[in-house]
Design a protein around this ligand. Sequence first.
Ligand SMILES: NC(=O)c1ccc[n+]([C@@H]2O[C@H](COP(=O)([O-])OP(=O)(O)OC[C@H]3O[C@@H](n4cnc5c(N)ncnc54)[C@H](OP(=O)(O)O)[C@@H]3O)[C@@H](O)[C@H]2O)c1
Length: 369
Amino acid sequence: MTKSATKEGTRRYAQRFAARAASGHFREAQRMLLSSLGLGTYLGQPDKMTDEAYTAAVVAAAESGINLFDSAINYRFQRSERSIGAALEQLAAKGFSREELVLATKGGYLTPDGSMPADANEYFFREYIQPGIFTAKDLAAGSHCMAPKFLKDQLGRSLKNLRVECLDVYYLHNPETQLSEIAKPEFLDRLRTAFEFLESAVAAGEIRYYGVATWNGFRRDPRAEDAMQLADIAQTAQEIAGGMHHFRFVQLPFNLGMPEALTLGNQILRERGRTLVELAGDLDITVIASASLLQGQLARNLPEVVAEAFGLENAAERALQFARSAPGITAALVGMSRVEHVKANARMVNVAPATVEDFGKLFARGESA
Ligand SMILES: NC(=O)c1ccc[n+]([C@@H]2O[C@H](COP(=O)([O-])OP(=O)(O)OC[C@H]3O[C@@H](n4cnc5c(N)ncnc54)[C@H](OP(=O)(O)O)[C@@H]3O)[C@@H](O)[C@H]2O)c1
């Protein structure tokens, strides 16, 4: 058995914080316990200082009650995955086992290795096209690919960067990027071959679950060119692997400025519009919120009504409370390259999520959250 997060391991992790973690901070999803906040690694410069800062932040987060870590191979040119890999080594030395921590990453965007090469075209040609890992026709928008051979290559690199044998969640990164160039039937065909590969990676013990991490895809009017329908995507997984398929995670932006997952009935099932969280719940798909602070912007100047609904000490806490307390959201990712932000945000570990009633008050007051 390759090592990954497990039910017992994540339960043991939660036990470490039993004396202080508020009820509702750890949530069960796909036979794991996930903290309601996760650490994201998107922003920041591709330099050594930021590498070290992220490594320290990941260690501090794991020591503070946060066991979900999110990356993507292209974040900071693979350096964010490597920063997490370095942190995992430090955490192992401190007694945290792999089984306690939930690791997610993404593939789909072409990325250089560590820094921008002098001639990017020459680099991608030599590294990918020449060995036959993708062809020009597999690319969308000059930068996005979900061909199985490419995904296999990228997953291998991510496992190495993160220094693990198995990832808990592997997302296709912004697959809607493809919809700028191909029609929806072709898009679903490409998803199908990608999912066939991802199911084979589950069988090989390289990943436990897979999903789609999106930006616009699930927040659009259903008629938009880049709109995605979760029911069609889940159906594709179902056709490949039956009811036991491993397409179990969706990630999308969800924050006080982007509440569509909860408020927009853009997911159509049997001619009825439903919200993304509603439908995901019915399909046993776990929803993870990204950009919980709207890239830092929600850490200041929130409307007074949010403070009235949630209390708490400052805008960042209230914005995180919104994202992690929404019905149907399992965890809210927040980018944290600074230990001081980890320490500040980890105060929420000790605070119970808002109740459905308190949460509802925000909407009942007519606020467009
Ligand atoms: N399409 C996708 O798949 C997608 C898109 C976007 C995001 N994501 C995922 O979601 C994660 C979170 O989103 P994000 O990083 O884009 O944005 P975010 O979480 O909304 O904001 C991150 C920013 O907020 C700052 N911050 C954190 N805590 C703070 C606090 N208490 N007070 C003030 N500032 C604070 C961070 O600073 P420091 O870094 O200096 O600590 C960083 O600049 C990403 O890292 C990524 O893992 C996925």
